[in-house]
Design a binder for this molecule. Structure first.
Ligand code: WTA
Length: 673
């Protein structure tokens, strides 16, 4: 085999997909793709006991709205039945379950108590300092009723917006459900965001109430929250009338008499009876701000009936949830959509028992998560690839110290999971038996859209694989034509789905422009994807992260994956840097594993050759920079924009949204060495 022949067996003919707005040749866009031949079918025992079978696909394909209508009635309790599953007469504005009425909090709580499951544990809470609390369904119901009464006594009514700026403590879930009970619209702002970010979100949604805490703990140290609320409200003309403050870490706070109220004085003292009334299926449930490629953050709007239906269904089907016996743990913060759909809503709708953890994975030691899994006998774990790669970096000997045998389903979300991390997750965490479900979805989709079904699908390392029953996903070329197997293009959604965003708060035109204008009658997700020879879907990262090198289209994800498959590499981030000759050049930033020796140029050459071997010479990074850390947002996403600045020799721009703002300095220092 010549030097220039990729060793990968997959040679995919040219795909015509180009990222929007990008000029260039129609190269061998997806010509060199990692070829994955390993598959892991469910064990016969797992399949035999699975909640969902392959029959669901056929049933859903026969009539999608009817399938979802059936799920809506099976999984939820409606105070008024709906008359029509889907009204799509004014696309892209969908109405699901027309005429129906239901209460989200009643569905998450009261009905389980009425059904005799009040003593079942809803939440095992584990604070970072080691304090614990347990809430049964009966207790959680009572807390939510009190909070609903308290918020109403502060003037919050149906339709009002409530901003929530809380750490991962049970009061966060209680607050969300109390809002939903009243029909108030919650707008959670992640506790790691700045006062300025909080201010703009409070103003955009015109929030009436803010719920916060004095602070939380991060890596053993108190970390303030209330101070940012005070700063966010320091200007005239805001709409906030009251602030409710949970006492969490006991740190000193400034106090505005008349505006600020301790949770203990308002919620704990409120009456424990509160009647949940039904709200229209399309009544707004929440707003969650998310950043687009440009412009100010968009307030993604979700409504009630469809959102609850799809979150509940996917949680049950994708995690094979057996609520009587499973212990579920989603590590996402409630500040992100995963913490909304798969912490605050779906697990409770399904009557599950879940773990909630406040802190960081390395507090007070790097085995904290695995200690929690062992302690609560967690059976379903849902986390992000970035966490998995961090654990890989720390070493397999850490989880090996704990009994992880309770784990039977492992979930992944948020970014493409490279096959290497997937295999490590399966072997080291899942004991080589727990199926991995890689779930693709977005803030905008509200719930999972593409994922294997663990009792049905033979899973494949690195691929999210198949649209869920009732979901019409496709990969299209730039003309919007479906690509054949073996080709790549743009990920689109062809049919409305129950938990789809209903719009951008206050900006219907932006909703149309952002998602529905790129392709006729299709939702454009902003992700690149390919279909492999089996028709399974591989996510290739945001199309804005796709590079064009000498007319060849390369995925950052794919090259990262290749780098991480080298035994010396713990983590890698790849950017396309502007290059006079080739248009863009591949620049890689890598963190070496703890035990790897950095031999300078020799290591770099070895890694370049490795990428050449895995994908093809075209993908060989022009530069590989060995760095101590990578810049990540507080939600764990690598900020490639900053790396691109470094790669193109500019001073990195604004780094204030990083989880650790000093990382760019560390990188600069390591490159000067
Ligand atoms: C990416 C998180 C590959 C994708 C739920 C999407 C993924 C964006 C996956 C949404 C996955 C999410 N494989 N990529 N399993 N899951 N993404 O809104 O680029 O924070 O468009 O929602 O994350 O991020 P968001």
């Amino acid at each position: 085999m010549s030097q220039d022949t990729p060793s990968s067996t997959a040679t995919v003919p040219s795909a015509s997909a180009q990222p929007a707005g990008q000029q260039g040749h129609q190269g061998d866009a997806f010509a060199n793709l990692l070829h994955e031949t390993r598959t892991f079918p469910p064990s016969p025992e797992f399949a035999a006991d699975a909640v969902v079978t392959a029959a669901e696909y056929g049933e859903a394909n026969a009539d999608r709205p009817a399938f979802w209508a059936k799920k809506a009635r099976e999984l939820l309790t409606w105070s008024k039945d709906f008359t029509q599953a889907l009204d799509w007469s004014n696309p892209p504005f969908a109405k699901w379950f027309v005429g129906g009425e239901l209460n989200a909090a009643y569905n998450a709580l009261d009905r389980h108590v009425e059904a005799g499951n009040g003593d079942r544990v809803a939440i095992y809470f584990e604070g970072e300092p080691g304090d614990t609390r347990t809430y049964t369904y009966a207790q959680l119901t009572e807390e939510v009723k009190k909070a609903a009464n308290a918020f109403e006594s502060l003037g919050v009514a149906k339709g009002d917006r409530v901003a929530v700026y809380l750490p991962m403590i049970p009061e966060a879930v209680i607050t969300l459900l109390a809002c939903a009970r009243i029909g108030a619209v919650h707008s959670v702002v992640f506790g790691g965001f700045s006062a300025e970010a909080l201010r703009s979100r409070i103003d955009d949604a015109e929030a009436k109430l803010v719920v916060t805490a004095d602070g939380t703990y991060r890596r053993g140290k108190p970390s303030p929250l209330k101070a940012a609320v005070d700063d966010a409200l320091a200007h005239d003309g805001h709409t906030v009338q009251n602030v409710v403050v949970v006492k969490r870490n006991g740190q000193d706070v400034d106090w505005t008499e008349g505006r600020d109220h301790w949770w203990a004085d308002t919620v704990d003292t409120a009456p424990a009876e509160h009647t949940a009334v039904g709200h229209d299926a399309e009544h707004p449930l929440y707003i969650l701000y998310t950043s687009g490629t440009t412009g100010k953050p968009k307030g993604i709007l979700h409504t009630t009936g469809g959102y609850l239906t799809q979150t509940a269904y996917t949680h049950k089907a994708v995690f094979d949830l057996h609520p009587e016996t499973d212990v579920y743990w989603c590590t996402a913060d409630v500040g992100w959509v995963t913490g909304h759909s798969y912490v605050a809503y779906a697990p409770l709708l399904n009557g599950a028992t879940q773990v909630m953890y406040e802190g960081t994975p390395d507090s007070p030691h790097q085995g904290r998560w695995w200690e929690i899994v062992e302690k609560y006998k967690v059976s379903i774990l849902y986390t992000a690839p970035t966490a998995i790669r961090t654990f890989m970096k720390w070493g397999a000997e850490i989880p090996a110290k704990y009994d992880l045998s309770s784990l039977r389903v492992l979930g992944s979300v948020g970014e493409p999971i490279n096959p290497e991390a997937w295999m490590w997750y399966r072997k080291v965490i899942g004991g080589d038996k727990a199926p991995i479900v890689d779930t693709w979805w977005q803030t905008e989709t509200g719930a999972q859209m593409i994922a294997p079904l663990p009792g049905v699908t033979a899973t494949k390392p690195g691929s999210a694989q198949v649209p869920l029953p009732g979901i019409a996903v496709d990969v299209v070329d730039e003309m919007g034509e479906s690509v054949p197997n073996g080709h790549g293009g743009f990920l689109v959604i062809r049919e409305p789905w129950p938990s789809m965003l209903r719009g951008i708060w206050g900006d219907p035109e932006r909703f149309k422009d952002t998602y529905w204008s790129r392709f006729e009658s299709m939702y454009f997700a902003g992700d690149g994807a390919k279909k492999d020879e089996d028709g399974d879907i591989w996510l290739l990262g945001r199309v804005d992260d796709v590079m064009n090198v000498s007319g060849h289209r390369l995925s950052t994800t794919e090259i990262e994956s290749a780098l991480v498959s080298h035994p010396s590499v713990a983590e890698a981030a790849v950017v396309g840097a502007t290059d006079e000759t080739t248009g863009q050049a591949v620049v890689a930033f890598v963190i070496l594993r703890g035990d790897a020796v950095n031999n300078g140029d020799a290591t770099v050459q070895e890694l370049r050759n490795h990428v050449g071997k895995e994908i093809g010479p075209i993908a060989k990074p022009k530069n590989i920079l060995v760095v101590p850390e990578l810049p990540k947002t507080r939600s764990g996403k690598i900020m490639r924009r900053l790396l691109k600045d470094v790669a193109e020799g500019r001073d990195p721009g604004d780094a204030t949204t990083l989880s650790d703002p000093t990382i760019m300095q560390q990188i600069a220092a390591s490159l000067r060495k």
